[in-house]
Ligand binder design. Structure first.
Ligand SMILES: Nc1ncnc2c1ncn2[C@@H]1O[C@H](COP(=O)(O)OP(=O)(O)OP(=O)(O)O)[C@@H](O)[C@H]1O
Length: 294
């Protein structure tokens, strides 16, 4: 082994150690295609532990395919994917089991089983991954998760068809939280919700992320969600993650799609709404009586 080989091996070892410490998901050189249609080509992305990463991009740029690749539902043509330092590509279901238990997924539309009640839906991953847990404890866990997402306890015995769109999303979120995950994947969680319902769902996501120390991979088209709860945003364009950073950092780039997205009329409206909200918070803080101490 030459000195250069040794140095490169050491560099890789250090890189891996750093990744395991700070990075929840690492994607390198990802390539996905369907027939002649190339979706990703050399896509790289890091998701940091404890952050909410918003993933945006035009329709059909491959946001959901990226998520499916990470969680093992889509086998990439090429590339490396590590979750909590463990390689995910080419792993059998059994080998990936320990990592799969560490994430929860809210699919687009909620993807609840229509023939099961909300509580039974939440219990599905518990039955699958912890078959030894008895029915009473399973019911208790499900009831707790349902409450955690802001749903009333009475939602437990209801069927998905009896729920509003917002309640369905929360039920899906309760199922995603069933195994106390470290990592949460949310695919367009506020799509189809009215603005008040969407803001409430965002608040709940932020609260859960903070209290449970979750890392969140959040696909969205919702500018308000990006502004209000995402720590960083990754932009999919040109078959890659073309930029990743805070919204201010993205605005400093000259990528035409990013400029149009964030600086278009809807982007400007979202920026104005957020700055009005911050101003209001500062005014309220300034008007609050002091506690008398000097
Ligand atoms: N199983 C599949 N077979 C064939 N093509 C697929 C498959 N899954 C996704 N695609 C194609 O891959 C492309 C990316 O799809 P994907 O659902 O990831 O887009 P997206 O960025 O999430 O879009 P949207 O924002 O509209 O949800 C689309 O053109 C889609 O038709």
């Amino acid at each position: 082994m030459s000195e250069q080989d040794i140095a490169q091996a050491e560099e890789r070892r250090i890189d891996e150690a750093v990744q395991t410490a700070d990075i929840a998901i690492s994607v390198r050189g990802l390539r996905n295609s369907f027939g002649d249609q190339l979706i990703h080509d050399g896509l790289d992305l890091d998701v940091r532990k404890g952050e909410i990463l918003g993933v945006v991009g035009g329709s059909g740029t491959g946001k959901s395919v990226l998520m499916r690749s990470i969680i093992g539902l889509q086998t990439p043509d090429e590339g490396e994917i590590h979750v909590f330092g463990e390689s995910m590509v080419g792993r059998s279901d059994d080998e990936a089991l320990a990592i799969r238990k560490r994430w929860g997924v809210l699919f687009q539309g909620g993807a609840l089983f229509s023939t099961l009640t909300v509580a039974e839906n939440v219990e599905v991953p518990i039955r699958e991954y912890y078959p030894n847990i008895g029915p009473q404890l399973r019911d208790e866990i499900a009831a707790y998760k349902i409450r955690m997402t802001g749903l009333p306890t009475e939602a437990g015995p209801k069927y998905p068809s009896e729920l509003s769109g917002g309640m369905k999303k929360r039920a899906g979120l309760a199922r995603a939280l069933a195994l106390d995950p470290d990592l949460l994947f949310l695919d367009e969680p506020t799509a189809g919700l009215d603005p008040i319902g969407a803001a409430a769902f965002d608040d709940q996501t932020r609260k859960l992320q903070q209290t449970l120390g979750l890392t969140v991979f959040l696909i969205t088209h919702d500018l308000d969600t990006l502004y209000s709860i995402c720590d960083r945003v990754a932009v999919l364009a040109d078959k890659k993650v073309t930029a990743v950073g805070t919204i201010d950092e993205l605005l400093a780039t000259d990528h035409p799609w990013i400029q149009e997205y964030f600086n278009g009329p809807r982007g400007r409206a979202a920026t104005a709404a957020v700055s009005r909200h911050k101003d209001r918070e500062q005014t309220q803080a300034a008007q609050r009586p002091s506690d008398g101490r000097r």
